[in-house]
Write a new protein. Structure first.
Ligand SMILES: Nc1ncnc2c1ncn2[C@@H]1O[C@H](COP(=O)(O)OP(=O)(O)OP(=O)(O)O)[C@@H](O)[C@H]1O
Ligand SMILES: [K+]
Ligand SMILES: [Mg+2]
Length: 704
């Protein structure tokens, strides 16, 4: 058995710092681009392309120009056609590169998902079965050295577990039955001791499977913002399509109908191909940036919401504190002897599988109190037997009804007070200062009381001690600077809550909160139009995690919490939300910046092509004055615009994947700055770029 008084490690003292993000596999060099060429070619499938309407139009255009080049071959026709195909390919390349990074990680994860044999426990005997045959509810035994065959909850025992296969963190963590640290992940390895695990995942639907699907983007769906933007881009495309089609009668009237090739080139230059090509890559890259910080976002929608969070709710135990509340001292009330209190506390914990319950036995053992059980189990019932009353977050009590009629309870002061009074007793006022003293130190007081036939009475207090995670204050200060309000919610009493809230530096707290209260608090915030993030680890946090716009479950928490949230933090660091918010904001800003750039870009290209198309037509000499760039000739101008339009996609892939630089201060100011930089840049870049390309293109023999 690990020493229960040893410093806890579960999700704990890993510094809540700028933990090093996982290194990104090779970035966007020419080699990385070339490596993704095959996947980019595979994406030419029209069924895939049609999901991006803008690029689908370019694909159709490329087919049209190919046909026209075949019918009326010329150097101009073929070179332009080639560059139109390149445009489509570059768009696919952007997406392929973005996905490629996840794929490398998925491969690495797959390698850890080796074939394991589980030790299935049935009727007290063990049978070896392949992990893939385990069903939900099966019990399996895992001992030191065993790979845990599937996800589950520890129902018996305590063990240290190496979770590095999943989290990348080599320090072992404690997993134990009963509390908020009972969940184990398939593919991780038990380092010491023996645990019995109840399987909670269907084969093929384990956490590791989900993680692989996630980093691969297997079931990626467009987010609401992406859908809205796609719709906007699609309507712009239709408008320009109509504009280009109606141009033909004018040109014909002027005596120079334009060839299909030129019309397609014009259309492709006008529609927002840049953002159309990069949109999905931007979204994938955002998810990928989270993964590299050990956060698994189950949906892109959650990442977007994170960019706009107003309120962050944090659960106290296990999230703000290390989460291993341990019995630290026994405070008998009045004339009660310490041994009497110890004996009652032990009986009340005899069947309490929570870490708090078990720690009471451990305390009595280290203090060598007479009632302490010799070893192993928590307490013996002296053969008397009894009915355990398990702990629940609703009642905030646990205890035992002994066969002889004696009933013992321990729990939160307010809960035990009610119980004592309901059982005809008087809540001894002498216990109040004891409770307050424990609370003032940020500890959790558990009041112990008994009822034996006659009136109930209070015996004393068990001081459960917990430690606030280091380094939280500065991180909450940073959240405040980002305009995010932090609220701690806890089932503990208001005094304890206040002490911990002050020590950790949160803005506000809610004490004596039941799971329903947590849920109501989130709903209230949301009704005010605020977006709420919640960080939690316990089963009783699950409803709140599900209700929150961003629900970040600690990996150290229960499976219920991990199922309910839309993100899992593998480092179990409550302040990870800072990074999550930054990545969300960066995603939104990047998308906005590139959309601005793309549209501004297209406007500029208009001035390159229209004068070229109409140049040389009698009666339209005036348009030639619009040829501000002084391009060599109509063909060269059109081709240069098409080439620029294609190259700008490749040039912006790194920006789309890396995201625009994000600084915490003033999101509104940043937005304004970006509009200026990317809007003005988008207008100017094509003029310079097209003029330069024109210099090269006009030298192609046979073009003009
Ligand atoms: N094993 C136990 N037996 C009896 N009472 C307990 C036990 N564990 C906790 N309590 C009491 O119940 C209260 C609520 O505990 P719980 O762990 O549900 O808090 P919570 O809602 O998860 O909040 P947080 O985790 O943020 O502290 C505690 O403050 C304590 O007084
Ligand atoms: K374009
Ligand atoms: Mg909790």
């Amino acid at each position: 058995m690990p020493d229960p008084t040893a410093p806890p490690r579960a999700g704990g003292p890993r510094r809540p710092s700028d933990a090093h993000p996982r290194p990104a596999p090779s970035l966007f060099g020419p080699r990385a681009l070339a490596a993704q060429l095959p996947s980019a070619l595979r994406k030419l499938d029209p069924r895939t392309m049609v999901r991006t309407p803008v690029m689908f139009v370019v694909l159709v255009g490329s087919v049209l120009t190919t046909v026209s080049a075949l019918l009326e071959p010329s150097v101009f026709a073929w070179v332009t056609t080639l560059w139109l195909w390149a445009t489509v390919l570059f768009a696919n390349l952007a997406e392929a590169v973005a996905e490629g990074r996840g794929r490398a990680q998925a491969d690495a994860l797959r390698r850890t998902r080796t074939e394991t044999t589980a030790r299935l426990l049935r009727g007290g005997t063990e049978t070896p079965v392949p992990a893939a045959r385990l069903a939900v509810g099966d019990l399996v035994v895992c001992e030191a050295g065993d790979v845990i065959p599937s996800d589950g909850d520890v129902v018996e025992g305590v063990a240290s577990v190496d979770e590095s296969a999943v989290t990348g963190e080599s320090a072992p963590v404690i997993r134990e039955s009963g509390g908020d640290r009972c969940a184990v992940t398939g593919g991780t390895r038990v380092l010491s001791d023996r645990i019995v695990v109840r399987i909670t995942a269907e084969p093929g639907a384990t956490f590791l499977d989900r993680m692989i699907a996630l980093v691969e983007g297997a079931d990626r769906q467009k987010t609401p913002n992406e859908i809205a933007l796609s719709a906007l881009l699609a309507s712009l495309t239709i408008i320009f399509l109509l504009a280009v089609v109606t141009l033909q009668p004018f040109a014909a009237y002027a005596g120079q109908p334009q060839p299909v090739l030129v019309l397609v080139a014009l259309l492709v230059c006008l529609i927002p191909t840049t953002i159309g090509a990069l949109l999905s890559a931007i979204g994938i890259a955002g998810m990928d940036r989270l993964v590299r910080r050990n956060v698994l976002a189950m949906s892109g929608r959650a990442v977007e919401a994170a960019g706009n969070i107003d309120t962050l709710l944090l659960d106290k135990t296990g999230t703000i504190t290390l989460g291993n509340r341990q019995a630290h001292e026994l405070l008998p009330v009045g004339s009660v002897a310490e041994a009497e209190l110890a004996s009652a506390a032990l009986l009340a914990s005899a069947a309490d599988e929570t870490p708090e319950g078990r720690s009471i036995g451990a305390l009595c053992r280290t203090r060598r109190l007479p009632a302490a059980p010799p070893s192993g189990g928590v307490a013996t019932l002296d053969g008397a037997g009894g009915t355990p009353v398990p702990f629940s977050a609703e009642t905030r009590m646990s205890g035992m009804d002994l066969a002889g009629g004696r009933r013992i309870r321990k729990g939160a002061g307010s809960a035990v007070r009610r119980w004592v009074e309901e059982n005809g007793g008087r809540y001894d006022p002498a216990v109040v200062p004891l409770v307050d003293a424990v609370s003032a130190q940020g500890g959790t007081p558990l009041v112990v009381a008994e009822a034996d036939g006659a009136a109930a009475r209070v015996l004393g207090v068990v001081h459960l001690k917990d430690v606030v995670k280091p380094g939280l204050r500065e991180r909450f200060d940073r959240l405040r600077a980002m305009g995010i309000r932090t609220v701690m919610v806890t089932g503990d009493n208001p005094r304890t809550a206040r002490a911990i809230a002050e020590e950790a530096g949160v803005d506000d707290f809610l004490a004596e909160a039941t799971p329903q209260d947590k849920l109501d608090l989130i709903r209230r915030e949301q009704e005010g139009g605020r977006l709420v993030a919640m960080t939690g680890d316990g089963t009783n946090d699950a409803p709140a995690l599900a209700q929150a716009d961003v629900g970040v479950a600690m990996n150290s928490g229960t499976s219920a919490a991990k199922e309910a949230g839309n993100m899992v933090d593998l480092d179990s660091d409550p302040t990870k939300l800072i990074e999550i918010v930054e990545i969300g904001k960066q995603l939104l800003i990047t998308r906005g910046a590139l959309t601005t750039f793309s549209v501004a870009n297209d406007v500029a290209k208009y001035f390159a092509i229209i004068p070229a198309m109409f140049s040389g037509i009698a009666g339209y000499e005036g348009l030639a004055r619009l040829n501000v760039m002084g391009l060599a000739g109509p063909e060269s101008a059109i081709l240069s615009a098409v080439v620029f339009n294609a190259l700008i996609i490749v040039a912006l892939i790194p920006l789309a994947l890396r995201g625009v630089a994000y600084r915490a201060a003033g999101a509104a100011r940043m937005l304004r700055r970006n509009l200026l930089v990317y809007g003005a840049g988008g207008l100017v870049a094509p003029f310079a770029g097209i003029a330069l390309i024109d210099l090269v293109v006009s030298r192609i023999p046979g073009l003009v």
